[in-house]
Design a protein around this ligand. Structure first.
Ligand code: NI
Length: 189
């Protein structure tokens, strides 16, 4: 299922008690696993829903906070051409990290969990997190984006050999792009 594109969710389906309960589960599972985000196909359901929440995350302590947000049927648009090479990890790819090139400024148009139109524009590491999560909805894993397999490393070897350098890079990115980005809610018409 991780390798299949997820299907879109209809407004009626989204409003159902069953789908709302599923979204609760998705968020709980993300929190329990210390994920920065989690996509529905990662918990066995091939629907275009992903959650993102970063708040002093122990798994990714360098990521800026981002409020809990559920994205339904998201469309991601890259803004500008700035990219950065980031180490990523994934709850669906145990004990492996690697470098991936991500856009540093993106816009997302989606529905929120209650079916209202949601547009979020974000930069820096949060933009990277969005790209990672929405890739899941297209059947893509960060592994598919690793251009240099020599960067693949276990989490313990990352801490031992790469973390210090990467944190210095991240500091530059965070300084450049700031922390929490504004969430713009567009009322449904
Ligand atoms: Ni992932």
């Amino acid at each position: 299922m991780l390798r299949e594109p997820a299907r879109q969710v209809t407004p009626t389906e989204l409003a159902s008690a069953e789908m709302q309960a599923f979204i609760e589960d998705l968020v709980e599972t993300m929190h329990a696993a210390n994920g920065a985000g989690l996509a529905a196909p990662q918990v066995g359901r091939s629907v275009a829903i992903a959650a993102v929440h970063v708040q002093a995350n122990p798994r990714y302590p360098y990521k800026p906070d981002f409020p809990l947000t559920v994205f339904v049927n998201p469309t991601l648009t890259v803004v500008g051409d700035e990219t950065a090479s980031l180490y990523e990890g994934c709850l669906s790819v145990p004990d492996l990290r690697g470098r991936v090139l991500r856009s540093m400024h993106v816009r997302v148009d989606a529905l929120d969990r209650h079916g209202a139109q949601l547009t979020v524009e974000t930069r820096g590491l949060t933009a990277g997190t969005f790209q990672h999560e929405f890739d899941h909805l297209e059947g893509k894993l960060f592994l598919d984006r690793v251009t240099d397999p020599a960067t693949l490393t276990t989490w313990s070897n990352f801490a031992r050999f790469h973390e210090a350098d990467f944190l210095r890079e991240v500091e530059v990115i965070n300084r450049r792009h700031g922390g929490v980005q504004g969430v713009r809610l567009v009322p449904a018409t």
